[in-house]
Write a protein that binds this ligand. Structure first.
Ligand code: ZN
Length: 206
């Protein structure tokens, strides 16, 4: 479930839909948390769906650290990539705002952390754009994500947390806000076999 102060929004003809903040969201806020309405498909369940639905899953779901596909039920599935994302996920099933997000600003994550099957050409337009989004960069990027996440989680206890009911281990979150270095690393989401198949490139961002 995405933070309630977000909405689906048309970004541009090149990018399509995305997610914007409807009011200011401070650093350390949980922006997304896995909830019971989200669907999680193991490899056999994906097979059983039939290949006519695989393109839908490829666009709207992501692969978690266990190799399962997660399909968000709400507008979370429209969140776009940025090489300078405002939202990152530590090694647990939620995402944190890694800086303050202003009203109207697009809420973005980093697709390199989503175990992509194929590399994607990036349209994010940020000054530090990597050009290609690839999960082969996961190990390289995870320490940078962890640094930003640990700085952000230190604020988690001082900001409103409307998604707290969906956080599996609320006691741990309280501990991490006091001891940020104990926050599990984003590398826990890495599903390494994807590196072996991330060989093709395509021009779509999502
Ligand atoms: Zn980029």
């Amino acid at each position: 479930m995405l933070h309630p102060s977000t909405r689906l929004s048309w970004i541009s003809d090149a990018v399509g839909y995305g997610v914007r903040a409807t009011q200011r969201i401070p650093k350390g806020t949980i922006l997304w948390a896995l909830d019971p309405l989200d669907r999680v498909f193991g490899p056999h369940e994906v097979q059983a769906l039939g290949e006519s639905l695989w393109p839908v899953l490829e666009v709207y779901s992501y692969v978690n650290g266990s190799g399962k596909r997660v399909l968000c039920w709400d507008h979370g599935r429209f969140m776009n990539h940025s090489c300078e994302p405002v939202s990152l996920s530590p090694g647990v099933d939620f995402e944190l705002a890694v800086r303050d997000i202003e009203e109207g600003e697009e809420v973005t994550c980093d697709y390199s952390s989503l175990n992509l099957e194929e590399d994607l050409n990036c349209l994010c337009g940020s000054p530090n754009c990597r050009g290609v989004i690839s999960s082969s960069e996961f190990s390289h990027l995870a320490p940078l994500w962890d640094e930003r996440l640990r700085e952000a989680v230190a604020h988690a206890g001082q900001v409103e947390q409307p998604l707290l009911p969906w956080v599996q281990d609320r006691e741990a979150l309280s501990r991490w806000s006091s001891h940020p270095h104990e926050l599990p690393s984003a590398i826990r989401h890495h599903f390494p076999f994807r590196d072996a198949v991330a060989t093709r490139s395509r021009s779509a961002q999502r």
